[in-house]
Each structure stands twice: as structure tokens, then as C-alpha cells.
Design a binder for this molecule. Structure first.
Ligand SMILES: [Zn+2]
Length: 422
């Protein structure tokens, strides 16, 4: 008998030592593929599981650096070649019996947080802290991946009892909502009848499951750059075009955008950089911003306003501008059939103390991009929350999960597969 909880904990701890940020998960992807292929899964890797025109927020330079690191950490050239520079994978298990196609999604990336040195922090006390300086699994995606690989093992162990097809999506770059749209655009999910996803911890304690989280915001991220002209600021300022002044005006205009009356609308300018030297008219400026909305319509309204402002200030200051979409997620719409299924299954899982149908989650999730694709083809979706006691909040240096919740997550996916594919 396989001890599935022990399997999940061991994988989670191993992955915790090697956190990799979005689109850089080369070690992680190699580890996932090795496990899946040893279990007999068919794995789609590299560009076969990615719609290249939907890839957002990926830096070629960082990709090269991280491929080099993964190679140093033992990932073979053959495996790196199969990845073609693109992380994540979609695995498939076809049974020989007709039945539904069920997809489960697990995100695999980390965040840019330096893990605490506190000796009481469990990864320090138990020797599995991050060995990638400045990066940490501080959102629990190591746990998500561990649950996914444990489900993969269970499917192999119970293959003769199952029907239909099971797909496991190991998604890169969830942070910044950059990877979901690209995997959705691969087309590999177009035949999916049911898709499920989840997040550990977030707003609830161990034992609590929420099968229909609310207030998951649609969002669009933009990287903006302005290019003006340098000039001497006293002798010939009229020859210059001031990208820094343009940027500052843009920030003020964006902050003053008209909100939407039908629901929550938000804008945040998270980073600006501009200028070259004290006595030169600044010729370059860049900005990272995001808009969010309670619905896709409200988010689109905010994005349209922002784009008009970005373009309008460029015209006013006579500078060139460039806008790149760096991330995207839509609002969440779970289907009743699967909300009910997750509720029914969760209630019977040992360790689950309470199933709270609706709770406010806030934030955004690009699982929604995968769900949208499945729903557009007539499939159904549910995204649920697995409570997990934790000392720190998400994205903080002392974040940790209650590893028992890995077992609860695994049991819920297992229970759903038993209902949908058995
Ligand atoms: Zn997360």
C-alpha cells in the first residue's frame, strides 16, 4: 500500500529546496516529468503545451540564466532540449474504457521572497529550506505540485478501475497570472469535460474547505515604456522630449481613473523607473501596472481607460510609447455540478471539519484562463480552497503550510476522480 500522504510530503519538501519563479521552473519541470514518465503518463512538454502567442511576462535573458542553473543542478541536456525553453507540462492518462475527460491543474512556481533564517521555521528545523537565494515557495505551490504528483501515482495504482481520460496540468508562472492563458491556448484542454483546481491555505485554517470562493478578480497587467529624446536641460531643452515627466503625469492620471459603478475596480502602479543623468532631459521611462475588476466587463473598462491615458500622455509629451500585456486572469465562475461534487466528496474526507460553500478570497488566479477555455467548449469547472494552518501570510518570509492539508487535498482530488472517472 502506498502511503500517499508521505509521498506528498517528501515531494513537497524536495521542491521547497529548489523554488523557481514563473517561466524559470526548469528544475521543477524536469522533476515533475521524471516522476510522471516513471509512472507511465504521456507528457506534453515544451511548445506542444503552450500557445506561444499567449505567453506573457517571460524574459529570454532570465530563461537562459535559469537553464544554466538547472543544468548545474543536474537536469540533463536531453531534458532541457525537450522543454524548448518553456516550463510546465500537461500529462495525459488514457484508460482503455470510454468515459469523461477530467483535467486537474497544479501550479508550480515560487515567489521572490528570501526565506526567514528563524531556526523555528519548519523548513529550517527540518533541513529543507530554499537553497535559491531570494526565492521561496511562499505561496504553497510546492504543496500543489506535490498533491498533483501524488494524484498521478494514485491514478497509476488504480488504473484498472478507471475509465475515460485524466489530464494533469502542471502550470508555470501563476504568480503575476502569466502562464494560464498560454497553456489554455495550447488546445490540449479543448476536449476536457471537467476541470478542477485549488489553492492551499489562503484564508482558511486546516480542515476547512471552500468549494466556491468569491471575489476572485479579473485582472490585466501591463508593462509600459516611454521613449523621449535626451537634450541639455538649459542650453537646448526644446530639443528634448521628457519621458520622466510623461511617466509622472501618467501615474497621476491612472490614479484618477473613474471607477465602475457595478462592482469593485482597482488600479495599481507597482513600479516606475525613469531618467539617465541629473543634467539630461530624461529619455526613458518604464512602468509596471495592473488593473482589476469584479467582472471581466469591469476589468476591460479599467484596462481601456488605462490604455487611453498611456497613449494620451505620450501624445501630449511627444514621446514614443510601447505597451506589453504582462499577465491576465478573468473572474471566476464555478459550475454548480462541480461545486456540489467537491462539497460531497470533501465532507467525507478524514480531517475535513467544515465545508463552507462561499467565502471571500480576493486576489486573482489565472486558473480562470484554463477554466474559461474548458467552459467555452462546454466543459465544467470548479476551483476550491484547501485550508491550511500557517504561521505567516502568503508571500511572507515565514510562510509555511500544515503538511497534513496535502493529504486532504489529495483525498479530495482522488474522491472527485472516483466519482467522475470510475
Ligand atoms: Zn499562490
Amino acid at each position: 500500500m502506498t502511503d500517499y500522504l508521505a509521498n506528498a510530503i517528501a515531494i513537497r519538501r524536495e521542491l521547497h529546496t529548489k523554488p523557481e519563479p514563473g517561466w524559470m521552473e526548469f528544475f521543477t519541470t524536469a522533476r515533475i516529468v521524471k516522476e510522471l514518465e516513471s509512472l507511465g503518463w504521456t507528457v506534453h512538454l515544451g511548445t506542444s503545451q503552450i500557445g506561444l502567442d499567449q505567453v506573457m511576462g517571460r524574459s529570454e535573458k532570465l530563461v537562459e540564466e535559469n537553464i544554466a542553473r538547472a543544468r548545474k543542478e543536474g537536469v540533463s541536456d536531453k531534458m532541457l532540449k525537450r522543454m524548448e525553453g518553456y516550463t510546465g507540462c500537461i500529462a495525459e492518462w488514457k484508460t482503455d474504457k470510454p468515459g469523461k475527460v477530467t483535467a486537474l491543474r497544479f501550479d508550480i512556481d515560487c515567489v521572490g521572497v528570501e526565506e526567514t533564517d528563524d531556526p523555528g521555521h519548519k523548513p529550517n528545523a527540518n533541513g529543507f529550506r530554499s537553497c535559491h537565494k531570494g526565492f521561496m515557495h511562499a505561496c504553497g505551490h510546492d504543496g500543489h505540485t506535490a498533491i498533483g504528483l501524488t494524484v498521478a501515482r494514485w491514478v497509476k495504482d488504480h488504473a484498472d478501475e478507471l475509465k475515460g481520460t485524466i489530464k494533469l496540468i502542471f502550470q508555470p508562472a501563476e504568480e503575476g497570472v502569466r502562464g494560464g492563458a498560454a497553456q489554455a491556448a495550447s488546445g490540449l484542454l479543448d476536449d476536457v469535460d471537467y476541470i478542477l483546481g485549488s489553492h492551499l491555505a489562503l484564508m482558511c485554517k486546516s480542515g476547512i474547505i471552500c468549494p466556491n470562493p468569491q471575489d476572485v478578480l479579473a485582472t490585466t497587467k501591463f508593462d509600459v515604456s516611454y521613449t523621449g529624446k535626451p537634450a541639455h536641460p538649459t542650453m537646448s531643452p526644446e530639443l528634448g522630449r521628457d519621458a520622466l515627466a510623461c511617466l509622472c503625469t501618467t501615474v497621476c492620471e491612472l490614479r484618477a481613473m473613474t471607477p465602475h459603478g457595478k462592482g469593485m475596480s482597482r488600479v495599481n502602479i507597482g513600479k516606475i523607473e525613469a531618467g539617465e543623468f541629473r543634467n539630461v532631459v530624461p529619455a526613458h521611462g518604464t512602468m509596471q501596472l495592473e488593473v482589476r475588476g469584479a467582472t471581466g466587463e469591469i476589468n476591460d473598462y479599467m484596462a481601456d481607460q488605462a490604455l487611453r491615458i498611456i497613449k494620451g500622455t505620450a501624445l501630449a509629451y511627444d514621446v514614443q510609447y510601447d505597451v506589453v500585456k504582462a499577465g491576465e486572469a478573468s473572474s471566476m465562475s464555478n459550475d454548480e455540478e462541480l461545486i456540489d461534487l467537491v462539497t460531497e466528496v470533501a465532507k467525507k474526507v478524514p480531517g475535513v471539519t467544515q465545508v463552507i460553500r462561499e467565502m471571500s478570497m480576493g486576489g486573482s488566479e489565472d486558473y480562470t484562463m484554463l477554466a474559461n477555455r474548458v467552459q467555452a467548449h462546454g466543459g465544467k469547472s470548479d476551483f476550491f480552497i484547501i485550508g491550511s494552518d500557517r504561521p505567516g501570510a502568503h508571500h511572507q518570509k515565514n510562510f509555511d503550510i500544515d503538511e497534513k492539508s496535502l493529504g486532504i487535498g489529495f483525498e479530495i482530488y482522488k474522491g472527485c476522480l472516483e466519482k467522475l472517472n470510475k
